[in-house]
Design a protein around this ligand. Structure first.
Ligand SMILES: *Cc1c(COP(=O)(O)O)cnc(C)c1O
Length: 397
């Protein structure tokens, strides 16, 4: 942390930290941003230096000035409990790398039933083949998680909130119980980002970002980050070294560039998302809005206690209507693009159905479900777009 431009001023607001941390203008010939260092080989001046592995950088896979800048910025943003941040090529790679780094054959893992589906596929696929057993739990289980802990339970994975269904787990309570039994806690913190949810300060040991989403912020990179505390960082750092996962230099640069503007973007996503959620709640076609920042949401009290903000992603439950009518809505909207991922500047809509894969809970929301990402377009234009969609839905019903 020696050469950050905000040297040692740890009392700075996160809005300032996100702009200043990890900058080394002196070392960058005065330029604000680090160069995109494309490098594998690092040359040693003497045989003695080589034998001693002397020098700040050893080999491209283990870090460059570009990766160091992003790591320092993220460490500062995560707060004083963060011991290190690993950079990997995708959000899913962050999840798989974290799990492989902390689990051994014969271990037991607890995973929230609302977890990102590829997380489940990894647990049920590769982890099962390596002799690691996964049990899924109701995200609202709270202190009830204690009954699921076995003598060999080594990790508990939460997603706060679930990125389709938005159930809000009680992370501090789950973490307290997990630690009592010697298990590490992993949080997929992609929805709120460390800006709105300092999960390491809520008792989480390993906090994951699909940086593809809000950190990148422009739908132009795949990227993942693994932030860990003192208890978990040695394992994560070793796991990354053993697996050889490293992110490409251009993506590292773009992740850092995205991070610098994340606080203004998120503030807009939050405001627009909440206003749109309230507008949708009043629509006759909508049965329910799933958004923890709405006061009537079942997860609201926990969100208010543990989070300092909300992002632009939430879901709605439509009143029962045919698939044909839902598809007519999806085909009628033009500003809301249909596609996977989220966290970019653009608005998105995607239908989803958790009932196909849940095992610890029953997903029966009472109607078809759509997930929306509210982008940076004008809210009036977005509402007009959805009006068009609802008109098409009605016409096809
Ligand atoms: C997108 C996403 C991931 C995976 O990120 P990729 O970069 O697409 O691999 C993980 N968790 C959540 C909650 C996500 O939304």
């Amino acid at each position: 942390m020696a050469s950050s431009d905000n040297h040692g001023t740890s009392s700075l607001d996160t809005d300032t930290v996100i702009v200043t941390a990890g900058r080394d203008t002196k070392g960058q010939w005065g330029f604000v941003n680090p160069p995109t260092v494309r490098g594998s080989t690092v040359l040693y001046p003497t045989a003695d230096d080589l034998h001693a592995h002397r020098g700040e950088y050893q080999y491209g896979r283990h870090g460059t000035p570009t990766t160091k800048a992003l790591q320092q910025a993220l460490i500062a943003l995560e707060g004083p409990r963060c011991a290190g941040v690993g950079l990997v090529p995708s959000g899913l790679a962050a999840i798989s790398t974290a799990l492989l780094s902390v689990l051994n054959a014969g271990d037991h893992l607890l995973v929230s039933d609302s977890a990102y589906r590829p997380t489940r596929n990894f647990c049920n696929g590769m982890l099962a083949r390596y002799g690691i057993e996964t049990t899924y739990f109701d995200p609202l289980i709270g202190a009830g998680i204690e009954a699921l802990i076995k003598p060999n339970t080594r990790a508990v994975m939460v997603e706060a909130p679930g990125s389709q269904s938005f159930e809000m787990p009680d992370v501090p309570v789950i973490a307290g119980i997990a630690h009592k039994h010697g298990a590490l806690v992993i949080d997929d913190n992609t929805w709120a980002t460390p800006l709105y949810h300092r999960s390491l300060e809520q008792g989480v040991d390993i906090s994951i970002q699909a940086a593809t989403k809000y950190i990148g912020g422009h739908s132009d990179i795949m990227f993942g980050t693994i932030s860990a505390n003192d208890a978990a960082w040695p394992k994560i750092s070793e796991g990354i070294k053993l697996l050889g996962t490293c992110a490409g230099p251009d993506d590292v640069f773009l992740a850092l560039r995205g991070l610098r503007t994340m606080s203004v973007r998120l503030a807009h996503h939050q405001r627009a998302g909440i206003e749109m959620a309230q507008w949708l709640k009043a629509r006759p076609e909508v049965l329910k809005v799933l958004h923890p920042a709405l006061p009537e949401d079942p997860g609201h009290a926990i969100w208010k206690r543990d989070f300092t903000g909300a992002s632009g992603l939430f879901s709605i439950v439509l009143k029962p209507v045919s698939q044909k009518a839902v598809d007519a809505l999806l085909d009628a909207v033009k500003l809301f693009g249909m596609g996977y991922s989220w966290g970019g500047f653009e608005s998105l809509v995607i239908p989803f159905d958790c009932s196909e894969y849940r095992t610890a809970t029953t997903w029966a929301p009472g109607g078809p479900t759509l997930r929306l990402h509210i982008g940076l377009e004008s809210l009036d234009d977005l509402k007009a777009d959805l009006e068009r969609g609802f008109a098409a839905l009605k016409a096809a019903a």
